[in-house]
Every structure is written in structure tokens, then in C-alpha cells.
Ligand binder design. Structure first.
Ligand SMILES: [Zn+2]
Length: 335
């Protein structure tokens, strides 16, 4: 039994075919969001067609598809409420994809899907109360409470990047000031270092390396980011009593230079209670796609029913470290 999975991002559309619980095909295409919302949607459907073709060529016809997208997502209605970097607003993705593919569609939020994958297959496995926190262009948290993903009343839970940690601080894309992601996202670290130094082009990883090697300006920007992130994680911990925080994104993959000072700053802020363990995510850029595949398999398995919930779907992500082993080149599907 195979399913196809799509993780639609502002830069790339990642795709996978999962057959018999094993990731057998990975692909990646450029989103080219500048072409506008309708063209992006058409591209997503063409990518889905390609994945179906891959699956059929391997001898299995997909039974369902999982599609995950960024932004504000109404999982119940199957609608992308607002995905600014795709130009989508109240876009009924699930219905359109179901009509196009003739398959049942599981539709979800990219970060929550990543959290689902880390929880079943990755660094959150065996931890019923944990948060998956990717730190990239923005910052978000996928919350798992009592072993179940928690989306909130409107599906807006976990917008950790928009927790105000520096009142009156820098303007955020959300309209507020001093949100966590204006200080601690990878793009904020790069931007703040460029503003302070007058030198553009240094990435967050390079700022971290500069801090390590004694550049005082890099050290200041880096320390401010770590402290702001610790403020955010302390708020999460105090509210939810988490066991574990799984950090995603390139900074977390750098390991100890990121995790060690963050752990220290978090412990300082949680004087009255133990801090959750902080670990790096293990699924990398594949997390969202694997999560989309899990959602599709769960849809087929009827997870949510008591019998099925006892044995949730597993996938063995056996192919390679990243998601583009087979069809990485160019822009084959969005023409
Ligand atoms: Zn904000």
C-alpha cells in the first residue's frame, strides 16, 4: 500500500512516495512562488501527478496523499487560511487536490507534520509531552501533549515565534514588535548582525562561528538570540511542563555551540523546576514530508479510532539523508 506526500514551502516543494511503510522515492522542485497563487497550486498538483507516476512505475498505485503547507491552516476544513509565502488565502487545498487526484487527501500544517514525524520516527519518539521547534526563517513549535499533536481551537497553537519577548523591539512581519523571531530566527540573527556590523551576507551559522572565535559583535548578537530563545522555551515549559524540546533547523544541526548555551540559559530561567531535555532533530529537511506521509497513512488506517490509535503508523525513512536523491534537478513539474 503506497501513499504520496508533499511538503509545500515558499522555496521548495518536497515530495515522497512511501510504500509498505518505507520511503522509496524522494523529490524536490522549486516553488517559484513569484508566479502567483494559482500557478503555485497548479504546480503542486503536477508534482503530485509525478509522484503518482513514480509509484505506479514501481508497481503500486497510491491509495492516499498527504499535503502539508505553512502559515495558518484549518485542518478540519482542509483550507490554507493564510500562507503568505505561497500567496494563498482561504485556498481549499484538500478539495482541489482530491478532485484532481481522485484520492483521499490528508491536509495539515508543515511544522505540526514535522513534529508528528519527529515524535514517531525521530528525536521525540517515546516522549509523550514534547515540542518540536524548528528555528529557521521563522520560529514555530509543534506541540505534542499526552502523545497527541495539539493544534488549539483554531489550529493556531504553537506560534512561538510571535511570542513577544522584547516589548517595543523590532517590527515583526505579523505587525507586532519584539516577537521572538525578530531576535532569534536564523534570518533575524543574520539581519541583526548585518545591521550592527555594516557587513551583509553573513549567515546565522557564520555569526555563531564568529561568536565562538571571539568577534565581540557576533558574540553580542548570538547571545541575545540564545537568551531570547531561552525566554520563549521557558514560557513553553512553565505552561506545558514539557519533558523534551526537539530543536530543528540548521542552527540545531550545528549541535553543542547552539544547544549548550541554550540549555544553560533555559536552566537559569527555570529556577523552581527541572528544565526539559534539549536535543537536535534527527529527520532534517525530510520531517515535513515524512509527517505528510504519516497523515496520509493514518487517514487510510483510520487513526483516531481507539483500535488504530494503539498501533500508529510507522515509516522507515531509509533512503538517504536528504529528500532529493532521485529527482533533484531543475523544475520538472511546475512548468
Ligand atoms: Zn510576530
Amino acid at each position: 500500500m503506497s501513499v504520496i506526500a508533499l511538503d509545500v514551502g515558499g522555496t521548495h516543494i518536497k515530495g515522497a512516495v512511501v510504500d509498505g511503510g518505507e520511503l522509496v522515492e524522494g523529490a524536490q522542485w522549486s516553488t517559484r512562488a513569484e508566479r502567483g497563487p494559482d500557478a503555485v497550486l497548479a504546480a503542486v498538483l503536477r508534482c503530485a501527478d509525478e509522484l503518482v507516476t513514480y509509484a505506479v512505475r514501481r508497481g503500486s498505485t497510491p491509495q492516499a496523499a498527504g499535503i502539508v503547507v505553512p502559515g495558518l491552516v484549518d485542518e478540519a476544513r482542509g483550507t490554507a487560511v493564510l500562507a503568505a509565502n505561497l500567496g494563498w488565502r482561504d485556498t481549499p487545498v484538500r478539495r482541489l487536490a482530491a478532485e484532481h487526484l481522485g484520492l483521499p487527501i490528508a491536509f495539515g500544517h508543515d511544522v505540526r507534520a514535522g513534529g508528528l514525524a519527529e515524535g514517531r520516527l525521530g528525536a521525540g519518539r517515546g516522549w509523550p509531552d514534547f515540542a518540536f521547534v524548528p528555528v529557521g526563517t521563522g520560529i514555530a513549535a509543534a506541540l505534542t501533549i499526552g502523545g497527541r499533536p495539539f493544534a488549539g481551537s483554531r489550529g493556531f497553537a504553537g506560534e512561538l515565534g510571535h511570542l513577544v519577548v522584547r516589548p517595543g523591539g523590532d517590527r515583526c512581519a505579523c505587525g507586532n514588535r519584539g516577537c521572538l523571531e525578530t531576535v532569534a530566527s536564523a534570518s533575524a540573527i543574520a539581519r541583526r548582525y548585518a545591521e550592527a556590523s555594516g557587513r551583509t551576507g553573513a549567515s546565522a551559522r557564520e555569526v555563531a562561528a564568529g561568536a565562538e572565535s571571539g568577534d565581540p559583535l557576533a558574540r553580542r548578537i548570538w547571545t541575545e538570540a540564545i537568551e531570547a530563545l531561552a525566554d520563549g522555551l521557558a514560557a513553553l515549559t512553565v505552561l506545558l511542563d514539557l519533558d523534551r524540546v526537539v530543536l530543528g533547523g540548521g542552527l540545531a544541526q550545528a549541535g553543542d555551540p547552539f544547544l549548550t548555551p541554550l540549555r544553560g540559559a533555559l536552566v537559569e530561567r527555570l529556577a523552581f523546576r527541572p528544565a526539559p531535555t534539549l536535543v537536535a532533530a534527527v529527520l532534517g529537511a525530510r520531517a515535513g514530508c515524512l509527517g505528510a506521509a504519516l497523515l496520509a497513512q493514518d487517514l487510510l488506517d483510520g487513526v483516531g479510532t481507539p483500535e488504530a490509535a494503539a498501533t500508529p503508523t510507522q515509516i522507515r525513512p531509509v533512503r538517504g539523508e536528504e529528500l532529493d536523491p532521485a529527482h533533484p534537478q531543475g523544475d520538472p513539474c511546475p512548468s
